[in-house]
Design a protein around this ligand. Structure first.
Ligand code: SAM
Length: 312
């Protein structure tokens, strides 16, 4: 029997039962695990709207002094582009999406079993299979923590545009994506991500929880759902709860409280008059970001983002 997920996992209340997926690991997966050096940079293993992969270098230049001696805290970790690229020694990763944090914890604690589950999903992939897995995922009937994480990754890799969208009742409702050969089981990426997560603390919570967790000297990065730049460009539907102006203003209060506490704080958002005004008290820089995900290819153009910091 596998060890239950640790207390810093995503699903403290969910009972843990590991079912029949604990068969032999693919041998390549096991050898890739052994061969990966300790602090090799990793990359996100999920497609995630608003992912920061294309801004890694620009944001790295804006990190605080002695970044590598600080704890790295991200309250809106999403696909984790910055965390995986920078490989901080100590990290606390949070998100309101419980299944996302659950998937991180399974990849951290049970990478081999997860690899086995993904390899079998890869082998069975078809449109009918996609909808069957989506139904199982939404029905929440599986009591296997590894299977649920595998389904989350499978749906992410095979759904339309890699979007994560849920309806009011929390059901994942993104349709099938027509990819010729979606890479569902990508062992190198998974192994690297698993090693990067090995020492990370994972918390399923809304961003305000950081006020209970952050200590002076910590580096806190906020990458909230964007303040929409137009009424049609709404990227805020990651979780059943929406992220509107009230949340943006609450986030600013959290930013201010961490500033007063002695944390180094950095925040990204769309460049709008509202976001500039919210952070006018602090250092605000502009970066140009090519968009990674949009339903409409014509809207995947570059946009400017603000980066607010309480240090220079
Ligand atoms: C812009 S994405 C973060 C992208 C991430 N930086 C990356 O590189 O992939 C915003 C994230 O905020 C999460 N989220 C939405 N509302 C939240 C809340 N109230 N507290 C914490 N996380 C929230 C979403 O689930 C989503 O993963």
């Amino acid at each position: 029997m596998a060890a239950p997920l640790s207390s810093n996992s995503a699903t403290p209340g969910r009972s843990v039962a590991v079912s029949s997926l604990r068969t032999r690991a693919p041998s390549v997966f096991a050898s890739a695990q052994a061969a990966t050096p300790a602090r090799e940079p990793a990359t996100p293993f999920l497609k995630w709207a608003g992912g920061k992969s294309r801004l890694v270098a620009q944001l790295r230049a804006l990190l605080p002094p002695a970044y590598h001696r600080r704890r790295h805290i991200e309250t809106f970790v999403g696909g984790g582009a910055l965390f995986f690229a920078w490989r901080p020694e100590r990290a606390l990763l949070m998100d309101l999406n419980g299944d996302l944090i659950h998937t991180y914890s399974v990849l951290r604690d049970h990478p081999t079993e997860l690899g086995v589950a993904l390899a079998s999903l890869q082998a069975a992939h078809s449109e009918a299979h996609f909808y069957g897995i989506r139904d199982t995922y939404n029905a929440r009937t599986s009591r296997c923590v590894i299977e649920r994480a595998a389904h989350f990754i499978y749906l992410n890799k095979t759904c339309f545009n890699g979007l994560h969208r849920v309806n009011q009742s929390g059901a994942f409702n993104v349709p099938f994506g027509r990819y010729d050969h979606p890479k569902i089981f990508d062992e190198t990426t998974l192994v690297r991500a698993s090693r990067a997560l090995a020492d990370a603390e994972l918390v399923h919570a809304s961003f305000e929880r950081v006020l209970r967790l952050a200590k002076p000297g910590d580096f806190v990065y906020f990458d909230p759902p964007y303040e929409p730049i137009s009424t049609t460009a709404n990227f805020t539907a990651y979780a059943a709860e929406s992220f509107g102006r009230a949340e943006q203003m609450r986030l600013r209060e959290v930013f201010a409280a961490l500033d007063a506490r002695g944390c180094k704080v950095m925040l990204s958002n769309n460049d709008t008059p509202f976001t500039r005004e919210l952070y006018a008290r602090w250092q605000v820089d502009i970066v140009v970001a090519p968009r990674a995900i949009s339903c409409d290819a014509s809207k995947r153009s570059a946009v400017t983002e603000v980066v607010a910091r309480n240090y220079r």
